[in-house]
Ligand binder design. Sequence first.
Ligand code: PMP
Length: 286
Amino acid sequence: RIAYVDGRFVPHNAAAIHIEDRSVQFADAVYEVWGVKDGALLDSDGHFTRLERSLGELKIAMPVGREALAEALFELIRRNRLRNGLVYLQVSRGKARRDHAFPGPDVKPCVIATAKRVDFAALVKKAETGIAVKTMPDQRWARCDIKTVSLLANVLAKQAAKETGAQEAWLTDRDGFVTEGSSSNAWIVTPEGALVTRPASNAILNGITRRTLISVAQGRGLTFEERPFTVDEALAAREAFITNASSMLMPVVTIDGQPVGNGHPGSLTTELRTAYQDSAVAAAHK
Ligand code: PMP
């Protein structure tokens, strides 16, 4: 495996950043994850636009232009002979002596990227059975819209879910509404057949898969409601699923051990999974 570190391609097991890179002490960094299908970056522009936004919110300068960065990612895909998988990109504020306030302008952002193979057949199989989710209070900070590597609350939530045999945590706000998953956006299909997901705000990461799926759903004339929903409403829903770049759409078949609908992946979920794939692949950047 080959990794990218600040403009250079290096063997993955020798790839390293400095111990005083600000991502290490402060999680002062943002990241993006692209799905890769047949060597192409899925939803490429959406992820670059969100990267620029995350960097802007943290006042980290875009280290190189979007085109140059995309070129680096394609080179990484080529050097890893990656067909299907994921590309991870992280940009930190750079290396500086430990001090909470930003370093001076001479400190340049540090860019790293890795590529990972994903077993597509295994993912398809998983989508045929669906996953279990566990609900728990959302303990994250107030800027979940920024895709930072400060993911400790997400890590603890995913682990707590895993320890109960679930594959994802659904996080709930103080009023009992689901914000999102620990690494995904949350969706339900109401008994009337409406597709529901929480509106983008500081409380969630506006998923690129989420946004693409909204336009796919609207293109198909489906009833779409962008509003918060409670755990109780999700338990009474006909279908539920999550979205993210690594699993695209993944059906949710139980919530806290209770079946959703008939306890099997929903038909609209399955239909949308195919529709999303077709649209994402068609729009992929090669
Ligand atoms: N919410 C959170 C907290 C996430 O970590 C992710 C995945 N990075 C998502 C939502 C989904 O975003 P995307 O569809 O862009 O992968």
